[in-house]
Write a protein that binds this ligand. Structure first.
Ligand code: MG
Length: 243
């Protein structure tokens, strides 16, 4: 009897709660108001982005090897990997971010598999979004273009032919570590390749190793690193929005 009474009261109260809201304005939320960001035309730089490369110089970049000035070749509004200079990385460090990168694979096709137009974009200097020429070029699926290297196969192959400009839009949430250095929340990454979704909120399992399993050492913010894999990959129009 008592239970029935409670049940009746519950039904009545939930009905009356629903009945209370009759005005559509009551469920409108006006605060906080998102700030205004002026988007760029097409893939141009939004008003609140940090420009990492605008085609003119490598002032935002340095050598990974010895932190000296980056020595990749800047010409015609693009930078090209200098195979004598090694990886380069940003001087600034980042955590959660939205990153836009345009790249072009060598028009003169050399090599096959992992040796054709290989480079890479490393988030926080650790987690590689693979750059590779997989236009009619087969390699292992978890190492092809737009893979999270050796961790996550891209949903589709959205490669353009070599010599054409392509782009990644990357949305990245960094992993979180507690004060003991234990990972308490994994990192996640979403990638659009030429506007096509290829990684959809993909969990990052740890560092993207060539040999062996992902590692999970605690870290703070990190640089964006571009890989010199002995292929003459070009980059342009690189910008980042900190989230
Ligand atoms: Mg690579």
């Amino acid at each position: 009897m008592k239970n029935k009474l409670f049940f009746l009261l519950f039904i009545l109260s939930s009905c009356s709660m629903r009945a209370q809201i009759t005005d559509p304005v009551a469920t409108e939320v006006w605060s906080p108001e998102p700030r205004v960001v002026t988007p760029g035309a097409g893939t141009a730089v939004p008003s609140d982005a940090i420009v990492l490369f605008d085609g003119s110089n490598l002032n935002e970049w340095m050598s990974v090897q010895d932190s000296s000035a980056a020595r990749w070749n800047v010409e015609g509004g693009a930078m090209t990997v200098n195979t004598d200079a090694g990886d380069i990385m940003t001087k600034r460090v980042f955590g959660d971010c939205q990153l836009h990168v345009e790249f072009s694979e060598p028009e003169v096709v050399v090599g096959e598999g992992q040796n054709r137009g290989n480079s890479g974009i490393f988030l926080q200097n650790r987690y590689e979004v693979q750059v590779l020429d997989c236009y009619q070029n087969r390699t292992y699926s978890n190492g092809q273009t737009a893979s999270i290297y050796k961790q996550s196969i891209p949903l589709v192959n959205a490669c353009r032919p070599p010599g054409q400009w392509q782009y990644y839009d990357i949305i990245y949430t960094a992993p979180r570590f507690n004060t003991d250095g234990i990972k308490v929340r994994p990192g996640f990454v979403t990638v659009l390749h030429n506007g096509v979704l290829v990684q959809n909120h993909t969990e990052i399992k740890g560092t993207t190793e060539y040999i062996g399993l992902p590692q999970n050492k605690a870290h703070g913010k990190g640089a964006i690193k571009l890989q010199d894999h002995d292929c003459l990959v070009k980059y342009r129009n690189i910008w980042i929005r900190e989230l």
